[in-house]
Design a protein around this ligand. Structure first.
Ligand code: THU
Length: 133
């Protein structure tokens, strides 16, 4: 897997972040198994809770184009922090539903990266099957 290429693409996506409040740019890119890519960046709002994270923007785009979890090859999330970026709780919940448990997730900053998956990032996630009583 060409990790560098994915990280570079996600940093490119981060350039479009709308971040007047945090000034913390995040970029994400999703590679589909058919070779299509969807990019995302964080979009903030004066009503802070209306902010949307980069990785959710990317994965929602994939779903809006008709793709589903089985179609996703990798998700990459990047930011310029001291450590590799770590997805927030809301994103982990969304990714747990919209990705397969072991699909690779690359988390990176400009100097290092970590390859993980949503099963490791959110063990014991509440999922659709848990609604069946
Ligand atoms: N943010 C993301 O877009 N993704 C993450 O994985 C971590 C946090 C955004 C949300 C907000 O716009 C800014 O980073 C600071 O929290």
């Amino acid at each position: 897997m060409d990790v560098k290429k994915r990280i570079e693409r996600a940093f490119e996506a981060s350039k479009k972040a709308y971040i007047p409040y945090s000034h913390f740019a995040v970029g994400a890119t999703i590679e589909m198994k058919d070779g299509t890519w969807f990019d995302g960046c964080n979009i903030e709002n004066a009503a802070y809770g209306s902010t949307m994270c980069a990785e959710r923007n990317a994965i929602y785009q994939a779903y809006c184009h008709g793709y589903r979890k089985e179609d996703i090859a990798t998700l990459t999330i990047v930011a310029y922090g001291k450590e590799v970026v770590t997805p927030c709780g809301a994103c982990r919940q969304v990714l747990a539903e919209l990705m397969l448990p072991e699909t690779p997730i690359i988390l990176a900053n400009p100097t290092k990266h970590l390859i993980t998956n949503i099963k490791a990032l959110l063990p014991g996630a509440f999922l659709e099957e848990d609604l069946h009583v």
